[in-house]
Design a protein around this ligand. Structure first.
Ligand code: BTN
Length: 242
């Protein structure tokens, strides 16, 4: 399979909440046009297609909701507690263990709109290691290779199946959600940024401030050096050294 997101983008007639999952991708994609390393046997790569016509409220919180649902699924299936790095990276310590890519079609006709959310979960360390360009910041949920996990008495296939089942449950519930509130609670509780000084780089000049929280849609609340508050909707965030 090339990319689970691409499979669902090319399938206009699927019902709300249709999911495609793979244990490898040849052309996994991340945010900002980056590739997403998706080797066989170490990760779980899945996408869900939602129809805004079936749940118009969802578009405003779908990425935050998928992030929160993934945290819950990882905790349930693997017993690990990831932190969320705004906007949509899941971390264990300093290592990114999962990423989320949301794509969609905005159209004046609700019936023609679609949203595809893709989630890449690094379950095990790849047997050949992560590529050099991401090795310093990429990690996995178990923190070990599938072989080491098996040598320690675990069953890699069973863990993958449990994680897939938990993700399907979480993404199916998200498809029915009419309010972001419960997802925002989970998002806030797992954020590793609240109270931290950050530099936000995106369009235009970098913004420096201290994270005070998130609104119900996952937008970042920042206190500026002059004491005023700013709500940030998107951007590429880098932590400022304290
Ligand atoms: C990121 O961290 O930049 C987002 C990564 C998203 C990767 C997932 S894997 C499943 C789905 N298919 C893709 O091609 N991308 C997403």
């Amino acid at each position: 399979m090339g990319s689970t997101n691409d499979v669902l983008k090319a399938a206009p007639n699927l019902p709300h909440g249709a999911i495609v999952a793979a244990d490898a991708q040849r052309a996994g994609r991340g945010r900002m046009g980056r590739p997403f390393f998706s080797p066989k046997d170490s990760g779980l790569y899945l996408s869900v297609r939602y129809r805004p016509a079936d749940n118009p409220a969802l578009a405003d919180f779908v990425t935050m909701g998928a992030c929160a649902a993934s945290v819950v699924a990882i905790e349930k299936a693997a017993g690990a507690v990831p932190a969320i790095k705004w906007v949509n990276d899941l971390m264990i310590g300093p290592k990114k263990i999962a990423g989320i890519l949301t794509e969609g079609r905005a159209d004046p006709a609700l019936e023609k709109q679609w949203i595809v959310v893709g989630i890449g979960l690094n379950l095990f360390d790849p047997s050949g290691g992560f590529p050099d360009d991401i090795a310093a910041r990429a990690g996995s949920i178990t923190g070990m290779t599938a072989t080491a996990y098996a040598e320690n008495g675990g069953d890699p296939d069973d863990l993958r199946t449990r994680l897939l089942a938990a993700m399907i449950d979480g993404l199916t519930d998200l498809g029915q959600a009419e309010s972001p509130a419960s997802y925002a609670d989970i998002y806030r509780r797992h954020s590793n940024l609240i109270g931290r000084a950050v530099t936000l780089t995106g369009a235009g000049e970098p913004i420096v401030g201290t994270v005070t929280g998130f609104d119900d849609f996952g937008h970042l609340k920042l206190q500026m050096p002059d004491g005023t508050s700013k709500l940030i909707r998107s951007g590429e965030l880098t932590l400022r050294p304290l």
